[in-house]
Design a protein around this ligand. Structure first.
Ligand code: 5RP
Length: 210
């Protein structure tokens, strides 16, 4: 389906606004990263909720949230979240997600896993029949050449760093079963985390439709 940029942006906004409506006074809230989350933050700020405590999965989100008056704390002061809302690069029918287009997937997975309810907000172009490469990776700098060799085929993202200073790369090899690839990447030393999010993390997927 060929859709205009305006439709896609409208879909992102609609999904983000629907998710913002699910947040309640006093909640601890995980804020994701990306252009869809950039619509979530003003929608959340407009609600004027009391007693929110937010954590941010990237510097960009933290800066935008603070500018809008949303209170952001380091994710060291509490051990769980009521809700987390984030975008995705791909969503499969069985709710596997590909994330990390913005290189923030390690923080995003920590936040998703810590939340009672992890809500994914996407435009309809993110829906796919099956996940496909590339798979974003966050890698430790130490031993980088050895780690890259272990996860070939792989492409380094020029100068890209995660919010915590990790090296960002993309695994470009074809794969069938995301669970098998996720397990293989997770057990590779030097891989901090990868962008495959298992269905068990996902409570709801909110899809904007033009
Ligand atoms: C960042 C992410 C984003 O959630 C993902 O890339 C989707 O971004 P956008 O809303 O801009 O399409 O995983 O690491």
């Amino acid at each position: 389906v060929d859709r205009g940029v305006t439709d896609i942006e409208g879909e992102k906004r609609a999904a983000a606004e629907a998710a913002a409506a699910l947040v309640e006074d006093g909640m601890t809230v995980g804020l994701g990263t990306g252009s869809t989350v950039a619509y979530l933050l003003p929608a959340l700020a407009r609600r004027g909720l009391r007693g929110l405590r937010c954590v941010a999965t990237s510097v960009a989100t933290e800066v935008q949230a603070r500018e809008l008056g949303l209170p952001v704390e380091p994710f060291t002061s509490f051990d769980r979240l009521d809700i987390a809302i984030d975008g995705a690069d791909q969503v499969s029918p069985d709710r596997w997600l590909m994330k990390g287009g913005g290189g923030a997937h390690t923080r995003e997975k920590i936040v998703a896993a810590a939340a009672d309810r992890f809500i994914v907000v996407v435009s309809s172009d993110k829906l796919v029949d099956a996940l496909s490469p590339p798979v974003p990776l966050e890698l430790l700098e130490f031993g980088l050449p050895a780690t890259l060799r272990a996860v070939e085929p792989v492409r380094l993202r020029d100068a890209a760093r995660s919010p915590d200073g990790g090296v960002i790369a993309d695994h470009t090899g074809p794969f069938g079963d995301p669970a098998e690839l996720a397990a293989r990447l997770a057990e590779t030393p030097g891989v901090v985390d990868h962008g495959l999010f298992a269905p068990g993390l996902v409570a709801d997927v909110v899809i904007g439709r033009a």
